[in-house]
Design a protein around this ligand. Structure first.
Ligand SMILES: Cc1cc2nc3c(=O)[nH]c(=O)nc-3n(C[C@H](O)[C@H](O)[C@H](O)COP(=O)(O)O)c2cc1C
Length: 322
């Protein structure tokens, strides 16, 4: 007879799936404190991006993505969880406590989403030209709503043109800032383990030097224009407010949208520049009729070839027992 895994084995397995989440610059800005039987999610602000993300908005969204993975991974093990969102001005880094109450008799339907946790990857290349099926769009819109956020597809040439122009403007502004370029270069690594944006060992010294020292805004802008214009679907994910709780919800919504998209064979990538640049964010808001706060601008489509996984930090670096 198979021996049931201990709580400590289960908890480590759950965190192992949580950290498969996407994160800004692949910073993986999270920490997990394990207790009997709960998992606390904390923000690790030593991994913040003060130039790109001065308020820790994307940092919290990244943690929200990991949180949804954790909850789905528990459901996939037929564990019943209570996910208590905690962000509070007194304890700003303690984001959530996921308490495990008991093994459920019935498998919850959303547990099936967990099998896309490992499959999900950011696609940085062009997508195939075929359109995204409406059923998939509807399911992703529903997924965002289920987590208290919204996903608005940008339909029509005019809206798409305005969005693409904002992305290019965002690229120009970010690349013109030497501090922003320096921060990006610091997160470019050749490692196959750990964190950061992976670059080839062959080009690494040159690539980092170029990013650090040269304003490549117009090259990057024209590349992003091509990627965005050729994407079958552009969409804005947003929330009704703009504080840590909204960001955490946005992260859970983002991850649910990505996993649901994955279940339809879709891949996604990010065009967040005009949301990261504070002076452009209100123009992204106008694309969605000024309702709420845009958090993430995404492009979706079908990847022409399989995507390689990006590295993750060793679990021992992100887990502590309380
Ligand atoms: C909140 C958030 C913001 C992100 N912003 C960008 C972005 O502006 N540009 C980009 O190319 N990727 C962006 N990403 C994607 C990350 O770079 C990616 O998740 C990370 O490198 C890990 O790769 P993976 O998603 O394939 O696992 C973002 C991800 C998150 C969660």
């Amino acid at each position: 007879m198979a021996v049931a895994p201990s709580w400590s084995e289960q908890a480590v397995e759950l965190v192992g799936r949580a950290v498969m989440a996407p994160s800004s610059h692949n910073t993986q800005p999270w920490f997990f404190l394990l207790g009997e039987p709960y998992v606390d999610l904390l923000a690790d602000r030593t991994r913040a991006l003060p130039v790109n993300d001065p308020d820790g908005r994307e940092l919290t969204i990244s943690c929200g993505c990991a949180l949804l993975n954790l909850v789905l991974a528990a459901a996939d093990r037929d564990l019943q969880v209570e996910n208590r969102l905690l962000p509070d001005p007194e304890e700003p880094d303690w984001l959530s406590r996921v308490s495990i109450t008991r093994n459920t008799a019935d498998r919850v339907p959303e547990a099936d989403l967990a099998r896309f946790i490992e499959e999900r990857r950011t696609c940085r290349t062009r997508f195939e030209s075929r359109a995204v099926e409406q059923q998939a769009v509807d399911a992703m819109v529903e997924a965002a709503a289920a987590e208290g956020a919204w996903l608005r597809p940008l339909i029509g040439d005019e809206l798409r043109r305005r969005a693409v122009n904002l992305v290019v403007e965002g690229d120009a502004l970010q690349w013109s800032d030497p501090e922003w370029r320096r921060e990006l270069a610091e997160w470019m690594h050749t490692r196959s383990e750990g964190d950061g944006l992976t670059i080839s060992a062959f080009t690494a010294p040159v690539a980092q030097m170029v990013v650090r020292n040269f304003n490549m805004g117009s090259n990057v802008g024209s590349k992003d224009r091509g990627l965005a214009e050729n994407s079958p679907l552009l969409a804005v994910l947003g929330t009704d407010g703009d504080g840590p709780r909204h960001w955490l919800a946005a992260g859970q919504a983002l991850q649910r949208v990505l996993l649901v998209g994955c279940s339809f064979g879709l891949r996604a990538s990010y065009l967040n520049q005009p949301i990261q640049v504070a002076s452009l964010r209100s123009q992204v808001s106008e694309l969605v009729d000024g309702e709420g706060l845009p958090q993430i601008l995404l492009r979706f489509g079908y990847a022409p070839q399989p995507l390689s996984p990006t590295p993750r930090r060793p679990l021992a670096d992100v887990i502590e027992w309380s």
